[in-house]
Write a protein that binds this ligand. Structure first.
Ligand code: NI
Length: 173
């Protein structure tokens, strides 16, 4: 297993639309194992293949505190969303230090296939519903701040630039 490096916003590769998975082989299993290890280590509750620069439709999620319920969603598709929306404060491993409120449907049903290529559906609410939608956004080339107003996005971009400059200064010592 290996820890993969995570692309950081505004890396243009985060804007890539991922392609469906067609081959269910050992290479895919290895990628899933590496992505899960990377997510747990970060730590985070979800990771999309896009974030580790692999542009295929694959996400791993575990919203449990015990970190013992890994969900692997391959070629995921939201097949129904509740009318009711809920606001959660979201963060992202590709935007460290950035958190903001996003409105999304509070419940969704997602259809996906597992590592064997077998189809299943998953009814999601709470944090799992947020996470599934957030990760599927990554596969479309979107990050959570795309849901915010222009003004807020501009503020966040300025904040990121400042953070990067400070990091660089620290490294230069
Ligand atoms: Ni994310």
């Amino acid at each position: 297993m290996a820890i993969l490096s995570i692309l950081k916003y505004p890396d243009a590769r985060l804007g890539t639309k991922a392609k469906p998975v067609t081959e269910f082989n050992d290479e895919l299993k290895q990628l899933v194992a590496d992505m899960a290890e990377t997510m747990y280590k970060a730590p985070g509750v979800g990771l999309a293949a896009t974030q580790v620069d692999r542009h295929i439709r694959l996400v791993v999620i575990d919203v449990t505190e015990e970190k013992n319920d890994l969900k692997v969603l391959i070629n995921p598709e939201i097949i129904s969303s509740s009318e009711e929306k809920k606001t959660w404060e979201e963060g992202c491993l590709s935007l460290p230090g950035i958190y903001d409120k996003v409105d999304r449907p509070s419940e969704v049903v997602v259809k996906a296939v597992d590592l064997e290529g077998k189809e299943f559906t998953l009814a999601c609410d709470g944090l799992l519903a947020v996470c599934v939608q957030h990760e599927i956004d990554h596969l479309e080339g979107h990050v959570f701040i795309d849901h915010l107003s222009r003004l807020k996005q501009d503020r966040i971009c300025k904040k990121i630039k400042k953070m990067r400059l400070a990091e660089k200064k620290n490294q230069e010592g």
